[in-house]
Design a protein around this ligand. Structure first.
Ligand SMILES: O=P(O)(O)OC[C@@]1(O)O[C@H](CO)[C@@H](O)[C@@H]1O
Length: 315
């Protein structure tokens, strides 16, 4: 079973528009509403892969009720923590040329009793979990060390932990030695305080994160592919995608792919790349099923193209 923890979930509204024009009324061509938040998406992708998952998340207000209803309709097992505040709604504007603009709300503040209940719920759900995936931003009320504490508790319970967060929450958690962290290029650059222009820059940054405590780093480099750096070696995986529809949740789909394939080594990286590539072809944050995957299009190598320039360098 893969347990996910999403401290700041969301109702994700995606509008497909022809093109964004600032200051104008834009008529959307399509709209869709998905239950969101990074851990929620990991659970949706794990379930789509046919594996058992439980999603722990605080939920409140009308948006929270709708998130619960949408997850129920998708057959996702949820361990909810009722909160006084209202779950946030995040907006994605997807233009036909593939450019996506996202507006993420801060979300509710978790009261001290709700913070306790969230930890208690994770503890209660942990027995039987092979992995805990802790994902996304921390809502107001949770200290930047919250994920670090969770890593310590998970390890004390003998459960491996995958972490997808950024900024101070990531830096603090590294010291607790998470089993895998999954930064994107921007998060990787922020964590090491340097720009990333090449695949080699990303490899060095990932190695530095290992030096700071991460046991393995699964870094997603957008259209350029993904890197896995762990104690056994470094691998680079990629898959060409020509028909990008929405990259919302593609990183979450990748992490789910990595975990359902065992959570370590080049085969898990290949699964991560296949899941990420399939997710960007689907609308909104729809998660791929095995039928959407094209494993034959994925290449994984330990011959890292260090000098290759990133299509989207981070300055
Ligand atoms: O604000 P956070 O927690 O960093 O990210 C939240 C979010 O952008 O992440 C998911 C995509 O990865 C979406 O479902 C959700 O809206």
């Amino acid at each position: 079973m893969i347990l996910t923890v999403t401290p700041n979930p969301s109702l994700d509204r995606t509008y497909e528009v022809h093109a964004l024009e600032r200051g104008e009324v834009i008529r959307a061509e399509t709209e869709r509403t998905d239950p969101g938040g990074k851990g929620v998406n990991v659970s949706r992708a794990v379930a789509a892969a046919g594996r058992r998952t439980v999603a722990v998340l605080p939920l409140g207000g009308a948006a929270g009720a709708l998130v619960a209803e949408l997850l129920d309709a998708q057959g996702i097992e949820v361990a909810p923590v009722a909160i006084a505040g209202t779950t946030r709604s995040n907006i994605a504007l997807a233009e036909v040329d593939g450019v996506l603009t996202k507006i993420n709300a801060p979300g509710p503040e978790l009261l001290p009793a709700e913070q306790e209940l969230l930890l208690d719920t994770v503890r209660a759900q942990s027995p039987g979990a092979g992995w805990i995936a802790c994902c996304g931003s921390l809502p107001r009320g949770l200290a930047p060390s919250w994920y670090a504490d969770l890593v310590v508790r998970a390890h004390a319970a003998g459960v491996r932990i995958a972490l997808d967060t950024s900024g101070r929450a990531l830096l603090e958690a590294l010291r607790a030695r998470p089993d895998v962290v999954k930064p994107n290029a921007a998060e990787l650059a922020e964590a090491v305080g340097r720009p990333l222009a090449t695949v080699g820059d990303a490899v060095k940054a990932a190695e530095e994160l290992r030096g700071m405590g991460a046991r393995a780093v699964l870094a997603s480099l957008g259209a350029d592919g993904q890197l896995l750096v762990d104690g056994a070696g470094t691998w680079f995986g990629s898959a060409r995608v020509d028909d990008v529809r929405s990259n919302v949740g593609a990183g979450d789909s990748s992490l789910a792919g990595f975990l359902v394939a065992g959570g370590s080594g080049p085969e898990a990286l290949a699964s991560a790349v296949a899941h990420g590539a399939a997710a960007v072809r689907l609308p909104g944050s729809v998660m791929p099923t095995p039928a959407d995957l094209d494993p034959a299009a994925v290449t994984v190598t330990d011959d890292i193209p260090m000098d290759r320039e990133l299509t989207e360098p981070v300055s």
